[in-house]
Design a protein around this ligand. Structure first.
Ligand SMILES: NC(=O)c1ccc[n+]([C@@H]2O[C@H](COP(=O)([O-])OP(=O)(O)OC[C@H]3O[C@@H](n4cnc5c(N)ncnc54)[C@H](O)[C@@H]3O)[C@@H](O)[C@H]2O)c1
Length: 310
């Protein structure tokens, strides 16, 4: 039985629930939000959708105890409109939300895999792992998945090929110290310093184009939802089907002693082996800088907790 929980039913949470029901990828879906009316509305709406499809997943709302047996819980709490204010505005809001959610998961003895979407992604993922006292390999964040998709699409555009021909990763920190690791990027197995389909990739132009992809979505909608929900569906499939799929997620990286976005295999255990690709020295340094930035955000989250406790 594929049993999945979603905590936070805003733009991302409800989009994810819709994708799971539409794709017939869930048998038991537990939906939780701090807004009761919203949870009931989404349950009703999704039940309509499921009925039209002739599928009948069990859709439970506002029941923390139902998460106890979930294989996967996705945290998509937050207040995304704060992102248009200062960089750290959502950090303060999400510190309290993460504490509440982690306490509940702990008291329900949740023992599945947690996928975190809430931002700042790497730091909140680390904080949730700490507060819920789950094994680090069972707590993953979406990390630089979207940046990686944007990068691959920008490279594909430059060489006039499908993004399916492009591999490689953005490391570091989502919405912060992103590291476009060009040393890892290949087009049909060929590195970017070669002529590819008769084109040379201008790395600066590719980076600008990748960043613009993010900007277009945020400028027009003030949030992103469909792409990131698609990423979470991909992670869920990789876990449930034990795929060993390589994805650039926010994971605990012992080398940096913190969470950071880094390519890793994803399987039934959550995080599998890290993909230790040889980076250029400048890229390695940039990942260290990103790890330091994540550690500083994590320290801010812990400090806020101390202030609330006083
Ligand atoms: N990492 C990424 O690539 C990425 C992409 C998109 C969004 N995000 C982040 O994901 C989070 C969700 O985004 P969104 O656009 O859906 O936000 P949103 O503001 O639309 O919705 C957040 C939802 O969480 C609920 N919520 C808040 N605190 C809660 C709590 N303690 N318990 C239960 N529910 C709670 C709210 O009621 C709301 O319905 C935000 O932190 C956003 O910044 C990250």
């Amino acid at each position: 039985m594929r049993s999945i929980g979603i905590i936070g039913l805003g733009h991302v949470g409800r989009q994810l629930a819709t994708q799971l029901v539409t794709g017939r990828q869930v048998d038991r879906l537990t939906l939780i939000d701090q807004d009761d009316d919203l949870a009931l509305a989404i349950q009703t709406d999704l039940t309509d959708l499921a009925g039209i499809q002739n599928t009948y997943p069990e859709i439970i709302i506002q029941d923390w105890a139902a998460l106890a047996n979930s294989e996967i819980v996705v945290t998509a709490f937050g207040k995304s409109k704060l992102q248009t204010q200062t960089t750290d505005a959502e950090l303060t809001f999400n510190q309290q939300a993460a504490c509440q959610v982690a306490d509940q998961l702990k008291s329900q003895q949740f023992a599945g895999i947690l996928i975190n979407v809430a931002d700042p992604n790497e730091a909140v993922t680390a904080y949730l792992q700490e507060k819920a006292a789950l094994p680090p390999k069972h707590v993953l964040g979406v990390g630089t998945s979207l940046e990686t998709i944007h990068m691959r699409r920008a490279v594909a555009h430059a060489v006039q090929l499908s993004p399916a021909n492009v591999s490689g990763f953005v490391y570091g920190q989502h919405n912060g110290q992103q590291v476009f690791a060009w040393s890892t990027v290949k087009v049909n197995g060929q590195s970017l310093d070669q002529s590819l389909n008769g084109h040379h990739v201008d790395l600066n132009q590719a980076k600008v184009r990748a960043d613009m992809n993010n900007w277009y979505t945020l400028h027009g909608m003030h949030y992103n939802a469909a792409g990131i929900a698609g990423v979470v569906v991909q992670i869920i499939q990789a876990i449930l089907e034990n795929q060993n799929l390589a994805l650039p997620l926010a994971i605990y990286q012992p080398q940096y002693n913190t969470y950071v976005s880094f390519p890793t295999l994803i399987n039934r255990q959550g995080q599998g082996n890290l993909l230790l690709l040889k980076l250029y020295p400048v890229e390695e340094n940039a990942v260290k800088v990103a790890a330091t930035a994540v550690q500083s955000q994590l320290a801010s989250l812990r400090k806020l907790e101390g202030e609330h406790d006083d």
